[in-house]
Design a protein around this ligand. Structure first.
Ligand SMILES: N[C@@H](CCC(=O)N[C@@H](CS)C(=O)NCC(=O)O)C(=O)O
Length: 264
């Protein structure tokens, strides 16, 4: 099977983590934002190209199964991986908690994930060396060359696409701080969000917050250190209960890339 990704994206990390949690091996085809459009258009039938709150109708991740079935959206991929490969001990949706976990994941995916992505791009696009490093370490040669040529255009396109403006930054930051406080209160001093085991709630919380907490151990793409004020905000969020929870989940549960997982 093939997983089409923008490798450093946290929505992609969410799907990749769930698949790897269940020991699945895929060929991961990695693309830079905007260079992903064509391969995704080629892979996804028109009827399945549906935009949602966070991505266009051509968003990643996209999973193409060996029988040709195409799964778009990280949520669908996480559920598919669990339904087809989860057993009682490794399932991310223990039956008794399933409904609560699904409801818990929704705002993380729709709202918090969108805000943390804004935050990461906001800082990253101002740190030229970090952005170049992100590209160099995560995609192949022809994309790196295209990036070198088209980088000012690509950056301008991303600023526009994500609406990266100072007033919006202030709003997004305030929303993230409020969400982190609320999630921290919900978690309290427990190890996991539901029950006493790792579930999709923990995986989704950790990945959706990850752009505000980088770098994290085990993350499935190489993320550079982002200089400047990002670090201060990251340290502030990382010290909260849910910030510590995210790091703990990556440390304990992210695991190694399964043998047989290939990159292209
Ligand atoms: N709801 C989708 C959205 C994922 C999403 O927004 N992916 C971004 C990467 S951060 C993407 O591929 N953006 C490009 C696009 O929307 O065309 C999911 O969870 O898979």
């Amino acid at each position: 099977m093939e997983l089409l990704t923008i490798p450093f994206s946290h929505y992609n990390e969410r799907a990749r983590w769930a698949m790897q949690h269940h020991g699945l091996a895929a060929h991961e085809r990695r693309y830079l934002p905007m260079l992903h459009f064509r391969p995704v258009r080629d892979a996804v039938p028109e009827a399945q190209r549906v935009a949602d709150k966070t991505g266009s109708g051509l968003s990643t991740p996209v999973l193409v199964l060996d029988d040709g079935t195409v799964l778009t959206d990280s949520t669908r991929i996480v559920r598919w991986a669990d339904e087809t490969h989860g057993d009682e001990t490794r399932t991310l949706y223990p039956a008794a908690l399933r409904e609560q976990i699904v409801a818990f994941e929704q705002p993380l995916h729709d709202d918090i994930g969108r805000d943390t992505r804004f935050l990461a791009y906001w800082f990253l696009l101002d740190d030229g060396p970090a952005f170049a490093e992100l590209v160099r370490h995560n995609v192949g040669l022809w994309q790196r060359a295209a990036f070198t040529l088209g980088s000012p255009l690509a950056k301008a396109g991303m600023r526009k696409r994500f609406g990266l403006t100072q007033p919006r930054y202030e709003k997004v930051r305030a929303r993230i701080e409020a969400a982190v406080a609320e999630l921290s209160a919900t978690l309290g001093d427990r190890e996991y969000f539901f029950g006493d085991r790792f579930t999709a709630a923990d995986l989704t919380a950790a990945t959706m917050l990850s752009p505000a907490l980088l770098p994290l151990p085990g993350y499935g793409a190489r993320i550079p250190e982002i200089r400047g004020p990002y670090g201060e905000l990251r340290d502030q969020l990382a010290a909260t209960a849910v910030g510590r929870h995210a790091r703990r989940m990556f440390e304990r549960h992210r695991g190694d890339t399964p043998a047989g997982w290939t990159l292209g």
